[in-house]
Each structure stands twice: as structure tokens, then as C-alpha cells.
Ligand binder design. Structure first.
Ligand SMILES: [Zn+2]
Length: 103
């Protein structure tokens, strides 16, 4: 079956978006108990986003490391600093920085 030009139905995309939101919520709730499970939720959410070609909103993109995809909890596995109108996230897991402009 040719997969080129195949578009996902809008309804499915909507369901996928809801699922992504749900997974991030779960990640937040589960982090204290099981941070590895939280990471797995992020991984699943990213996979859904890729499959449906959904761009994650910036509010969600800030919630995990873009290098190692760990779910971020400030103080627990990342550090947040504000520098020159940017939020800088430092990931304890992979020692990389992420910068986001402040709106
Ligand atoms: Zn990282």
C-alpha cells in the first residue's frame, strides 16, 4: 500500500492530541513514584505526535529534555535558570542545556 500523501483523519488527530495531553498529565503524576515510567509516557507521547505529524505545543516541549527525552521536574532532574530573557533548562540526565525564549 502506498503511504505517500496519506493524511490522517481529523478525528484521529484530535484523539491523538488528547492522548498526548493525557500522557503528560500521567507523567507528572507518576514521576514521584516511578520516574522511569514518566519517561516512558513522554516517549509514547512523542511517538504518537510523530505518527500523526502533530507538533507538540511549546508548553509540552518544555516538560521534557529534547536530547534524552526525560520528563523534567525542576529540582529533581533538571535545573531552571533565567538568563537574557530566556529560560535555560539544564538536564541532570544528559548534561545538556535547552533554551526557550520567554514570551
Ligand atoms: Zn537530557
Amino acid at each position: 500500500m502506498p503511504k505517500k500523501h496519506h493524511q490522517k483523519p481529523a478525528k484521529q488527530v484530535k484523539i491523538a492530541k488528547n492522548r498526548i495531553k493525557f500522557l503528560f498529565q500521567h507523567a507528572k503524576e507518576t514521576f514521584k513514584e516511578d520516574s522511569k515510567l514518566a519517561d516512558r509516557y513522554v516517549k509514547t507521547a512523542r511517538r504518537i505526535a510523530m505518527r500523526y505529524k502533530i507538533r507538540l505545543p511549546s508548553s509540552l516541549k518544555k516538560r521534557f529534555c529534547k536530547h534524552c527525552h526525560k520528563y523534567f521536574v525542576p529540582g529533581a532532574n533538571c535545573r531552571i535558570r533565567i538568563h537574557k530573557h530566556r529560560i535555560i533548562y539544564y538536564c541532570f540526565g544528559c548534561k545538556h542545556h535547552m533554551r526557550h525564549p520567554i514570551k
